[in-house]
Every structure is written in C-alpha cells, then in structure tokens.
Write a protein that binds this ligand. Structure first.
Ligand code: ZN
Length: 247
C-alpha cells in the first residue's frame, strides 16, 4: 500500500526542485538571469509594482502538468513561483486589457467570470495573441455621442494581438445592478460568443444568442442568467429581442 502510494505521489507531483521545467531556476535568482531561461518575448502576462514584479508564462518548460507558471520577484530577486495561479493571472490580465475600473461592480463581475469559467476557455479568452479587451460603453451623458481610447505598447511589453483581438463593450447601465451576479451573466454571454467564435463564423442571429446562453448555463451561470434577464432583459416587441425557445 505504502509503496504504491509513494510511487503515485512522486509521479503525480514531482518535487519542484526536480521538475525539469525549473532547471536552473532558484529562489533569490536575479530577474535578468530568469529572463535568459524564460525570454521576455514569451511572456503571457505581467504586473509591476514599485518593488515587485510578477511574470507569467505559458507552459512551464517541459512540464506537461501545468498550463501556466508565474514568477514573483521582490527587489529584483525571485521570491517564489506558482503553477496555474488563476487569480494572480486575472489581476495581471485585467491590468493590461481592462480599460476601466469604475463602477467597481462591473470590474468585479469581469474578474468573477474569468475565475469561474472552465479553465481551457479561460486560457482561450486571455490568450495575449488574441486577447479580449474590456471597454466602457456609454448610453447616456455627453460620452454617449463619442469617446476614444488609446492602446499603448511600450518596449517593455511582450508582443500581443498577432491573431487580432475581441472588444467587449460593457454598458455603464450595467452599473444599475448592485451585485455582480447579473453583470456576470452578461460578461459570460459575451465571452461565450468568443469561445464559440460566433462573430468570425458570421453567426450573429438569434440562434447564436441562444447558443451563447446555453453555454453559460453549462458553465454554471444559470442563476445569474435568470437575474440578468429580469434586470436587463429585452422587452417583447423590441425588434432586436431574441426570445428564448420554450423547449
Ligand atoms: Zn449575444
């Protein structure tokens, strides 16, 4: 029994020090030395604070068990690394690709959906070669007529958008919801279009709307979907409305 258990455990969870993907990586190593092993151009996401840097890469080298690896540097020295740390990666991702913070309830909803959706779909929609950009969309006030955003790439930034990008415009009217739940359904619906690739496949009809709604229920957003329908649902007779089929 014990022998089998040990055998299994060493197979499933190789000790980090013996992980071939981390050859040459050690606590305290200077950031510049790590960048020789993990080049900056391969970065997936990153986050900078005055004394701290987080760098996330796709696939730890030679490691078949994990999709992502995040290195944390304090004062330029490697302090730790984590595998598949989704909440950190979301912080990094939204810092770069989410173009507003207010109202906070919308930002929270975006973060929650990225946290809750299936992992492979999360990796798909946060792929920096085809990222999803979250932007504001005003339907009242002076900004409803026009507004501009500027996307800046510095020489520090790893390459992005080789395969284009998706823009998800979140109406400020969503802020009418006091809780993130109904907004999560709206965000998940838009991300489901992206996962299904509706727009690139030219599917922009009511069937595509229903397919997206079916997918978010599969993801576990059935309750939020109901709340959203009550709060933001289109009225009968609205020419743009797609009624859900009864079956
Ligand atoms: Zn839709």
């Amino acid at each position: 029994m014990t022998a089998i258990f040990l055998c299994w455990s060493s197979f499933a969870w190789p000790h980090a020090d013996h992980d071939p993907g981390l050859r040459g990586v050690y606590k305290g190593m200077p950031e510049g030395d790590l960048l020789v092993i993990y080049p900056k151009d391969d970065l997936r996401n990153f986050r900078h604070q005055p004394q701290d840097d987080w760098l996330t890469y796709n696939k730890p080298l030679d490691d078949p068990f994990h999709a992502l690896i995040t290195f944390h540097f304090h004062d330029g020295k490697l302090s730790q690394w984590r595998l598949n740390d989704r909440s950190e990666v979301i912080k990094e991702y939204l810092g770069e690709f989410c173009y507003y913070q207010d109202p906070d309830v919308i930002y929270q909803a975006v973060r929650n959906v990225l946290q809750r959706m299936p992992y492979k779909d999360f990796l798909n929609v946060t792929n920096r070669q085809r990222p999803v950009l979250f932007t504001e969309f005003y339907d009242s006030g002076t900004a409803r007529f026009a507004s501009s955003s500027e996307f800046i790439m510095t020489k520090e930034d790893p390459p992005c958008c080789k395969e284009g990008f998706t823009i998800v415009k979140l109406g400020m009217g969503l802020g009418l919801s006091r809780t993130p739940g109904p907004i999560e359904a709206v965000v998940a619906h838009e991300l489901a279009h992206r996962v299904l690739d509706s727009i690139r496949k030219g599917k922009v009809d009511c069937d595509a709307e229903r397919a997206s709604n079916r997918l978010i229920r599969k993801w576990g957003f059935a309750k939020e979907f109901k709340e959203a329908s009550r709060l933001f649902g289109q009225k009968k007779g609205d020419p743009a409305a797609c009624q859900e089929l009864r079956n």
